[in-house]
Design a binder for this molecule. Structure first.
Ligand code: XIL
Length: 381
């Protein structure tokens, strides 16, 4: 009996010890998992500058629940990928389509984000009616100005106080720094840019106002931007910042090219923003420059080498480039107000379809299954 009792007590003690060990080991496991799921870009890199993402309507409407949750947890700024572009939000002269843009802004307000509006005046994704009359002839300068004012003031005042910064004019320059021959330029000349900034400022005097363009690592294009900034100020209008789109490839631009761009553009006294950052791993067709969405190339298989997965060796190179760019942005954090990634995951990135339709690219911070890439984790805290 005595022996049995002793044995029972021994077993009992062992059982307690075992379950205590189990408890501590599972709870420390949960603890690690918990810690990892609380890691975020906004607590990490987002303390150096705003860390933003371009969001689509599936994410902001809640249809893509995983996407919506990831955006809310990771980022402290958002920009709408398409829903505020002219053709979407103002498809007919007397009709605005607010639903998606309202959802976008509500999403940002709900998650206390720095909300960006993109973009008020742009030659692409422009509603077909905007620059022509009912029989397709260009409208007069005064009609175009009236339409611009109506478009800009209606949108900006609707979101006044909630949208904190606007890409007022997008992509008005060619690579050589001269003006793009857009309808706006043909009808109004250089004035279309300062006029747009004036209208935006009148509609919301507190909003930050940006000029946004790609390939600003080209010195010629930097000169074009300096000219635009001066023309806005000479007109008596206000510009807060310059957006550098940054749709990069594995071939560049180099760190020193981007550093020169930062130095040159910040000499204007404008805040700088990296507005549309992504880094494609795919071969880039030789005859395409920059990020003009009208430039496209026909699909062929040699341009789409990683359809199943990305080889580790290529991901390593991608990560090294990303680290170099982020180190550069960090070391210029006094000049850079925000870094925005163009697209949440590799699955939703526009780079799968531009400049060649139907490829499999890996240009963003999150994998197709919404998990963070190894490199991305190094930016989190
Ligand atoms: C892209 C969107 O990501 C795509 O979904 C759309 O089909 C085309 O436009 N420069 C810009 C962005 O300023 O608005 C563009 O966005 C990418 C290039």
């Amino acid at each position: 009996m005595k022996y049995l009792n002793m044995r029972n007590i021994g077993m009992y003690t062992l059982a307690i010890m075992f379950s205590t060990m189990l408890f501590f080991s599972t709870s420390s496991c949960t603890q690690n998992k918990k810690t990892e799921s609380f890691l975020s870009l906004k607590n990490g890199i987002g303390t150096d500058f705003l860390i933003g993402v371009a969001v689509n309507t599936n994410e902001t409407s809640g249809l893509d629940t995983l996407g919506a949750a990831l955006i809310a947890r990771q980022f402290n700024s958002i920009v709408p990928e398409n829903c505020m572009k002219c053709a979407e939000i103002h498809p007919e002269e007397n009709r605005f389509s607010w639903e998606s843009a309202d959802q976008y802004v509500d999403f940002g307000v709900k998650h206390h984000m720095f909300i960006i509006g993109h973009c008020l005046i742009w030659h692409s994704q422009l509603a077909p009616w905007f620059c022509v009359d009912s029989i397709g002839r260009d409208v007069s300068p005064s009609v175009l100005k009236q339409r611009m004012k109506f478009h800009i003031s209606t949108i900006v005042s609707r979101y006044k106080g909630r949208v904190k910064g606007w890409d007022v004019v997008n992509e008005a320059l060619l690579d050589d720094g001269s003006y793009r021959n857009s309808k706006f330029y043909q009808i109004l000349g250089e004035e279309f840019i300062p006029y747009a900034f004036k209208c935006a400022h009148e509609a919301d005097p507190q909003a930050e106002l940006y000029y946004n363009d790609y390939s600003l690592f080209l010195p010629s294009k930097q000169q074009g931007v300096l000219h635009i900034v001066k023309s806005i100020r000479d007109y008596g209008a206000m510009i807060t910042g310059i957006g550098m789109q940054s749709h990069f490839t594995m071939d560049g631009p180099s760190i020193s090219q981007v550093q020169t761009a930062i130095d040159t553009l910040s000499s204007t006294g404008c805040k700088l923003m990296i507005t549309e950052f992504d880094l494609s791993v795919l071969p880039f067709p030789n005859d395409i420059n920059g990020a003009g969405i009208e430039q496209t190339e026909k699909y062929s298989i040699q341009y789409n080498p990683y359809t199943k997965s990305l080889p580790d060796s290529i991901e390593q190179v991608w990560s090294t480039h990303m680290k170099d760019y982020f180190d550069l942005y960090r070391s210029n954090k006094s000049k850079i107000e925000r870094v925005t990634i163009w697209g949440l995951t590799d699955k939703s990135s526009w780079r799968n379809d531009w400049p060649i339709l139907g490829r499999t690219d890996y240009p963003t911070l999150f994998n197709r299954d919404y998990t963070a890439k190894q490199f991305t984790k190094t930016l989190m805290r």
